[in-house]
Design a protein around this ligand. Sequence first.
Ligand code: PBG
Length: 327
Amino acid sequence: MAFPVTRMRRLRATPALRDLVRETTLAAGDLLLPLFVHEQDGRAAIPAMPQVERLSVDEAVVEARDCRRLGVAGVVLFGIPVVKDAEGSQAWAADGVVQRAIAAIKDAVPGLLVVADLCLCEYTDHGHCGVLRADAAGSSTVDNDATLPLLVRAAVAQARAGADIVAPSDMMDGRVGAIRAGLDDAGFPDTPIMAYSSKFASAFYGPFREAAGSAPSDGDRRGYQLDAANGDEAVRESLLDAQEGADILMVKPALAYLDVIWRVKQASRMPVCAYNVSGEYAMVKAAAAAGHLDERAVVLETLTAIRRAGADIVITYHAKDAASWLQ
Ligand code: PBG
């Protein structure tokens, strides 16, 4: 039935009617806040990311308490060690900075979910997400199969420290299966894996690499992260991770990949997380600081859109602000 019988504006007439027919919800409990934990004391600013700081373990606990108070579901931890080496051994050191932060937060704020990002790039001196080997032409490449046991060691160390979820972000083939088997063998069959399944080689990670000191010293990550042009391949990656035992799938970045979020959700019917990454945050903060847009309205619209695209969970640097605006 068309106009004038049908008038779409009828259900938009008042706030109460709009609330009644709203299709997508956004709540603090859908959100995870990334935290960067360094080995120095106190906090250090990250120029491209206003209000996001590198934190000591103690300061990370302060942030975790804030998250709990605001109803944010959890935190995602990234470690920034002082000592980096070719293999990234601080990723699995029992007293590594992330392991200490996991334990401290679980001890102080037990009800808050602690997700451990699982990758080697913050821990290797060359900044790649795995170990390097020289290829036939003499240049270096990330050795997929040699990296898997190192990721397993890091996953077990994180689970042992008390992580509620481990989240591999390295994009090596076969890592989810290897990590699942490794966790099971080590006595952690109930630790879920949230796999960064569709992680694209993206220019939107620039501010993160500055924050984590994890930019590759030479080359780029195109040999292991997805090509921005490929949606079918992202669905395939996601379904493979599901087969290998992933419990939650992730799409990253979020805003330029809303179609991928939708497709992964439709194809998998699994819990899907989307990562609203550092470059997306930096753009909003810069435009808001310049007075070009209304930060609160833009952030809430963006997070709602990511949820509408099919994300059950959103990792976002805006988590605390959004949670306080939603109260
Ligand atoms: C580690 C990792 C990265 C991000 C999350 N985990 C960076 C990268 O792959 O270079 C990016 C997050 C962000 O930009 O907010 N591999």
